[in-house]
Design a protein around this ligand. Sequence first.
Ligand code: FE2
Ligand code: FE2
Length: 237
Amino acid sequence: MMDNIYYYFNQYNLSDIEKEELATLIYPIFIHPEFQKRMTREYMHHGTITLGEHIIKDTITTYILCRKKSKKRIINLDLALKISMLHDLYTFPWQNSQEKTSFFHKHGFRHPVEACINATYWFPEYFKDVKSAEIIIDGIMHHMFPLPVSSVKNNELDKMELNNFDNFTKLDKDIQYIIIKSMKRKRFAKISFSRSLYYEGRIMSKADKKVALSEIKNFSSAKALLTGKNKKIKKGN
Ligand SMILES: [Fe+2]
Ligand SMILES: [Fe+2]
């Protein structure tokens, strides 16, 4: 499985030491069964790219940007990479899903909230320290900026048409509070429109845009972003 991850590292200009550092930091998430599921063609993300591949590319790009920027400021590399590895761990494949939700609860707006819940539910050990939990959750929640994220008033996450609301109810109250607080920042009607409060989140969001633009190469993938449907993806493809 380790060979697998180096296959992606080798597509970038990284030294052996950098590859080793990156592998050590992200490996525990990479080998998790939920992450491995997203490396398969069951989870197509953009065009012919699986969700797992997209996340790894984002993470390598985040690593490279952090290395560059850390010459001028202090960056917590470990947290930036965690945000990246966890940012798109939404529950079900989004293309051709047939789900019918209201406009502001569509996958594009809602998936960061689902990813926050899955990340905290599947990797609770990363969220024990409150400050780290705030930085990771806020980075995941606002990674789509300048696109907004779904938001609801009060604590009514049950109104958000989430695919993993059950798991949210099983989280520690402190974690639930951090998720809700981040989701409600700069809320306007049914959306929250804010970049991440923390530099680690902002740098990852930048990496995500860079990678997504390189992945959306054909009309079908671009159209899918708006319609949720992609004829080029067949079941079992
Ligand atoms: Fe995303
Ligand atoms: Fe992404």
